[in-house]
Design a binder for this molecule. Structure first.
Ligand code: SF4
Ligand code: SF4
Length: 335
């Protein structure tokens, strides 16, 4: 989007587009709980350019990469929190040159590390050894795969993606992932291919496990089903296809108050490539920074967990994407 000079590449334009729609504002006030998950977005570089990408990532996005200095600031901040899990995301986080250093440092601190992986990156030159490297360190691998059928996956991610993803899953299986070992957990993440809500996570997990095993001989441990967020490339597609108003109405009408307690913004902090701090990765993409009481924006350099606990989480209409139906959090459906 940025490369094409698209109007919606601007976060402010995305927010104003959502604000202009004839739907109610997002009202629930969200208060944080203790920080349990420390999420680090190491930059927008990715080997792919998926249609639904909420990050506007791609192979050209070398302009926003977390530096070693900021990685060290993240580690120092992590030590000030009680977070037990470090969630690494991007882009394709594995392509950041400091990725392995960051993983090693988190593992050395006894943290549970999750890598949000697009699968195909595991077939690229510098990453081919990662399945075994991850296994030796007990890193949880959370992989995006739009669907267990080739057509649906390639539609969203481009031709050839499905076959590469299956090959990568086979490599993870060969390293011990996806076979029920809690230390080598392999989770798949599904999101719908159009302007509709994610299906029932439990029944989909069963169907996917059977389909992938029978047709491709690969296995995984759990499936997470997420709604598509009405931001970035998906917002652009919704607008261009004439689905924006109806999709937002779908989200608003499916608002489920039971999801609020489990929203990821309540127990997670999300750190951007430049060290700015957000309530979640979606707010990060919309430039909605987390703020201390009093309004001061937060940088990882001076992250103060006790003060952050007093903040109000920043919300806007995109938040309906997390509260619709069974809800969408980084751990999948909530209610
Ligand atoms: S693999 Fe993920 S980060 Fe990369 S372009 Fe696709 S959705 Fe975006
Ligand atoms: S987008 Fe979702 S996770 Fe982020 S602040 Fe809104 S409700 Fe919370």
């Amino acid at each position: 989007m940025r490369e094409r000079g698209a109007a919606l590449a601007s976060a402010a334009r995305q927010l104003s587009t959502l604000e202009a729609l004839a739907v109610p504002g997002f009202k629930p006030g969200l208060a944080p709980t203790a920080i349990e998950i420390f999420q680090v977005n190491v930059g927008k570089l990715c080997n792919m350019t998926c249609r639904h990408c909420h990050v506007d990532a791609g192979p050209d996005r070398t302009d926003q990469m977390m530096s070693r200095e900021t990685v060290d600031l993240c580690l120092a901040a992590l030590d000030r929190t009680g977070a037990k899990t470090v969630d690494l995301t991007g882009g394709a986080p594995e392509l950041n040159p400091h990725f392995r250093y960051l993983v090693e440092q988190c593992v050395a601190r006894g943290k549970h590390v999750m890598d949000r992986c697009n699968l195909t990156v595991l077939l690229t030159g510098p990453c081919r050894d990662l399945p075994q490297w991850f296994a030796e360190r007990g890193v949880e691998v959370v992989c995006s795969l739009p669907h267990y059928r080739k057509r649906n996956t390639d539609l969203q991610r481009g031709d050839g993606t499905f076959e590469k993803s299956i090959e990568a899953l086979g490599r993870l299986n060969a390293a011990g992932y996806g076979k029920g070992d809690p230390r080598l957990r392999l989770t798949l993440v599904h999101n719908p291919a159009g302007a509709f809500l994610a299906g029932d996570q439990k029944s989909m997990e069963k169907e996917w496990k059977e389909g992938l095993k029978a047709n491709h001989g690969v296995s995984f441990d759990a499936l997470i089903a997420l709604n598509n967020m009405p931001i970035s490339r998906f917002l652009e597609w919704l607008e261009a296809s004439g689905n924006l108003q109806s999709y937002m109405e779908l989200l608003v009408n499916a608002y489920n108050p039971a999801t609020v307690a489990g929203l990821m913004c309540r127990n997670t902090l999300s750190i951007g490539w430049d060290g700015r701090v957000y309530d979640c990765d979606f707010n990060q993409m919309l430039d909605l920074e987390a703020r201390y009481p009093g309004g001061q924006a937060v940088h990882v350099r001076d992250l103060d967990p006790a003060r952050l606990q007093q903040r109000s989480i920043v919300t806007a209409r995109h938040c309906y994407g997390c509260t619709a139906g069974a809800g969408s959090s980084c751990g999948g459906s909530i209610a």
